[in-house]
Write a protein that binds this ligand. Structure first.
Ligand code: HEC
Ligand code: HEC
Ligand code: HEC
Ligand code: HEC
Ligand code: HEC
Ligand code: HEC
Ligand code: HEC
Length: 323
């Protein structure tokens, strides 16, 4: 009820802000080289303090260095991130232009939907149905997962290992940390250990490096992009062959940004992974399947045949002993 009202007021405010001073909307053309030089210079002013170098050699005395240590932005990571061509002040407002920063500077912080209205509408609908939005109320927001100084679109990272490292870090930083988990959900007594939950999955830590949590925890209907609906555990994917097979679901998801032949390479690796603990149908090689099925049948026939022969021999022997 209040949430809806708040959203309406927000939309109105965003519209007003748009009319008053067009901000950096995601649909805007990228900055020209001249504009970029100005942006970089302005950002450097922030980074004279908010960087490792700034921490070591503060530009002025009396700064709260203990606080500053928790507020660093890495320039290299920032520059290659999705927002790397933006001025810090586009999101943070003018309240931070001088230090000490304005007491209410934080209230000006722009939200994702202010600039990504169209995308955010689709994503918000999915996110609202997720376990986090439903169980953890307003405390869990877009920014809980998205560090806007760091994140890079999967399509730009392309390398599956980089994508997995980035996306799983989000989940593991909380689900693999008692401190972060308790901070988000103080009323929950204990965080279930992430490896125990998934003990049915062989070599879980290797899986965390090769495949994303969201691969198993979001619905697969949305073909255009990954859904933001993290579902409850009953709906999670447990079938090995979903990934370990010729037409791995990963081709449409994690590997979608790769060229076809690269996809096939990764898909093939996934399928041979299981060859040591062989599951029929999990490889892409029908001949191998036939050979293994043949071997299996031969073994079964052998075992049964062996059993019959032994039973016959035994009864023959018993008859002999009775004689
Ligand atoms: C002279 C050093 C200095 C400069 C320059 C500076 N900051 Fe800060 N900033 C700090 C320090 C120190 C803190 C830690 C807490 C405090 O003193 O406010 C801080 C805190 C912050 C915070 C977190 C505080 C909060 O409200 O939660 C943000 C965000 C921030 N700065 C953004 C910026 C931006 C954006 C710029 C550039 C426009 C900038 N700062 C320039 C020193 C600086
Ligand atoms: C696309 C929007 C966006 C841009 C651009 C941006 N920030 Fe931020 N920044 C945020 C948001 C959102 C948060 C709050 C995250 C949260 O809720 O913890 C934040 C938090 C911070 C903080 C507090 C850090 C913390 O861990 O609490 C600092 C310091 C900061 N930003 C500095 C910068 C500097 C310096 C730049 C430019 C180099 C910059 N930001 C560019 C959105 C942005
Ligand atoms: C002040 C405006 C602004 C805010 C606030 C903002 N962004 Fe952006 N964002 C941009 C611009 C500008 C670009 C670069 C344009 C592009 O590449 O499409 C961008 C690019 C992106 C991209 C990559 C391109 C795309 O459209 O998918 C993602 C993902 C993204 N932002 C997510 C977020 C998230 C999540 C938040 C909130 C934590 C956020 N943004 C907040 C302006 C903003
Ligand atoms: C539980 C963590 C989480 C939350 C909460 C979250 N995101 Fe995301 N988001 C991700 C991950 C992980 C990806 C990377 C998926 C991919 O590679 O396509 C992503 C991708 C995106 C993208 C780029 C891909 C696309 O579909 O365009 C945008 C834009 C985005 N998120 C916006 C948002 C907005 C807006 C919110 C809040 C309504 C939000 N996210 C909340 C984890 C989260
Ligand atoms: C291969 C698929 C798969 C992957 C990858 C995966 N999960 Fe799961 N997860 C499941 C399944 C299936 C369950 C339900 C297990 C059950 O009920 O026995 C589950 C359960 C959970 C639960 C429920 C815990 C509880 O309360 O019992 C959490 C939280 C969770 N996963 C988080 C994660 C995180 C975080 C990652 C990434 C590091 C991840 N999962 C990766 C399949 C997966
Ligand atoms: C800041 C902390 C935080 C982050 C980040 C986070 N989660 Fe969670 N998640 C929680 C908490 C707390 C719960 C417990 C909610 C409850 O059961 O009430 C939870 C619950 C879950 C559940 C269990 C639902 C069930 O059925 O019990 C799954 C699955 C899950 N998260 C997956 C993920 C995935 C995947 C990501 C990354 C995309 C992620 N989470 C990111 C804190 C987090
Ligand atoms: C969401 C996709 C997904 C699911 C579901 C999944 N796996 Fe995997 N698994 C992978 C990927 C990706 C790799 C790594 C392949 C690579 O490195 O190229 C992997 C690796 C492996 C490995 C090799 C580990 C090693 O030590 O080298 C084994 C064994 C394995 N999986 C077994 C299973 C079994 C058994 C199941 C079902 C209980 C399962 N996997 C479910 C994606 C998945």
């Amino acid at each position: 009820m209040f949430g809806k009202l708040k959203k309406k007021i927000w939309s109105a405010a965003v519209l007003l802000a748009f009319l008053a001073a067009p901000a950096a909307f995601a649909e805007d053309p990228p900055p020209t080289p001249e504009e970029l030089v100005k942006i970089r210079a302005a950002n450097d002013a922030c980074l004279t303090c908010h960087s490792e170098a700034g921490l070591k050699k503060p530009p002025k005395e009396g700064l709260d260095l203990k606080k500053l240590r928790n507020h660093l932005v890495d320039l290299g990571t920032y520059t290659t991130s999705d927002h790397g061509q933006m001025a810090c002040s586009k999101c943070h407002g003018d309240g931070y232009d001088d230090h000490p920063h304005a007491p209410k500077a934080r209230e000006d912080l722009a939200e994702c939907q202010d600039c990504h209205a169209r995308k955010a509408m689709r994503i918000e609908r999915q996110f609202d149905k997720s376990v986090h939005a439903e169980n953890l109320s307003d405390k869990f927001t877009c920014a809980t997962c998205h560090d806007p100084h760091v994140m890079t679109l999967a399509a730009n990272l392309r390398d599956p290992h980089k994508i997995v490292a980035q996306d799983n870090k989000i989940c593991l930083d909380c689900h693999d940390s008692d401190i972060a988990f308790a901070k988000m959900a103080p009323e929950k007594k204990k965080r279930p250990a992430i490896d125990d939950i998934h003990s049915w999955l062989p070599n879980t830590r290797l899986h965390w490096k090769a495949v994303r949590c969201i691969e198993c925890h979001t619905p697969t209907e949305d073909k255009l992009s990954l859904s933001h609906e993290i579902q409850n555990k009953e709906k999670a994917e447990k079938k090995c062959a979903t990934c370990h097979s010729a037409n791995s679901s990963l081709n449409a998801r994690l590997y979608r940004h790769l060229a076809k032949e690269e996809q096939n390479k990764y898909g093939f690796l996934n399928s041979v992974m299981l060859s040591s603990s062989y599951v029929v149908g999990a490889t892409r090689n029908p001949t191998l399947d036939m050979i293994l099925i043949g071997l299996f049948v031969a073994t079964v026939v052998g075992v049964i045949g062996h059993g019959i022969v032994r039973a016959l021999m035994n009864s023959l022997r018993r008859r002999k002993n009775h004689d």
